[in-house]
Write a protein that binds this ligand. Structure first.
Ligand SMILES: [Zn+2]
Length: 334
């Protein structure tokens, strides 16, 4: 009985009483009324007595993300969509092809995750009806503890409902999202547009240049070429590693610039070691053909009149398929 669970969860949170205690009150209420009301009917009476608001026998209360508890079976939450991951396809253990969408949402109490399992809601994402920046409401979602992120997630399954732009929301309850996170984060290279922050899954097809380490003024972070900063005259510098790559995902090719620690991680060399050009080149040669996930900002190179991708994070595809596997297992079980 979903409604009873819903009421128990809600009443427990709003009153601080245990679910057992509330259930006992419901049983007592039924006895008091000589068994003339159903368990559910008694539950609504008790809920009202406890000051838990219900309207037309529908639980209207929206939980804050911080109020979620593991194993809640029926919750309502609202939040502003921060980012959307997927839809991602996977195959269940029984061989059924399925899709899943992960969303990061925020409310006044923090950040949470919403996971969409049913095609009706996933189609809304695919059609762009649900996108980053928008406020959404989940009705009758269930809470799961993610072993992957160690946090609580609200799953929207066959009983759940996802509502975009719900009525009666107060903007200040849902902090505005900074940055340029519009729409889906993962795109094809051919769809990259100027100034967007996006991620692509692509292979490294080429590397350019011979000089990978640049001396940057410690004071003003400007490039120093003649041993002395042209701006401030300072001589103290930091070494900055920049790698220029071409990446390709089948839809197109884009020049990708990888900086600092991200570049150091990619080739496994510190900037100081990367002064040795031959070492860098041999590492880059090994990376040709590697498929990775690149996150970055799209910039226009005025000189060559083309778009370039300034990379701030590189992830292994391996991690992504691990998540897919986890999701597949989870779905296979339920
Ligand atoms: Zn300077």
């Amino acid at each position: 009985m979903v409604k009873l669970e819903e009421l128990l969860d809600l009443a427990s949170i709003k009153t601080g009483l245990s679910k057992e205690e509330i259930l006992l009150r419901i049983r007592n209420k039924q006895k008091e009324l000589s068994g003339l009301v159903s368990e559910e009917g008694a539950a609504y009476i008790v809920a009202n007595e406890l000051g838990v608001k219900t309207k037309n026998r529908v639980v209207e209360s929206i939980l804050k993300l911080k109020e979620l508890k593991p194993e809640m079976k029926s919750v309502n939450v609202m939040g502003r969509v921060k980012s959307i991951y997927g839809p991602r396809e996977f195959t269940t253990k029984t061989g059924i092809k399925n899709k899943v969408v992960n969303m990061e949402v925020v409310d006044s109490t923090g950040v949470g995750r919403v996971v969409l399992w049913n095609m009706h809601d996933i189609e809304k994402v695919e059609k762009g009806l649900i996108k980053a920046g928008q406020v959404i409401q989940v009705k009758s979602g269930y809470v799961r503890e993610s072993s992957f992120t160690n946090s609580l997630e609200v799953h929207v399954g066959s009983r759940g409902v996802l509502i975009e732009n719900p009525d009666g929301i107060l903007g200040e309850d849902f902090p505005k999202i900074g940055g340029v996170e519009n729409g889906q984060r993962r795109v094809k290279i051919s769809n990259l547009k100027e100034n967007e922050i996006k991620e692509v899954r692509a292979a490294i097809t080429a590397h350019f240049g011979n000089n990978f380490v640049h001396e940057m003024c410690e004071n003003c972070n400007k490039k120093v070429t003649s041993g002395k900063c042209e701006k401030c005259g300072g001589t103290k510098t930091n070494k900055l590693l920049i790698l220029n790559l071409a990446i390709d995902d089948g839809s197109g090719t884009v020049r990708a610039a990888v900086f600092r620690e991200t570049a150091e991680r990619l080739i496994g060399l510190k900037a100081e070691e990367a002064v040795n050009q031959q070492k860098v080149k041999s590492q880059l040669e090994k990376l040709l053909g590697s498929e990775l996930i690149f996150e970055g900002k799209v910039k226009r190179n005025e000189q060559f009149d083309r778009l370039e991708f300034n990379i701030f994070n590189i992830k292994e595809v391996k991690t992504e398929s691990e998540i897919e596997q986890l999701i597949g297992e989870k779905n296979g079980k339920s």
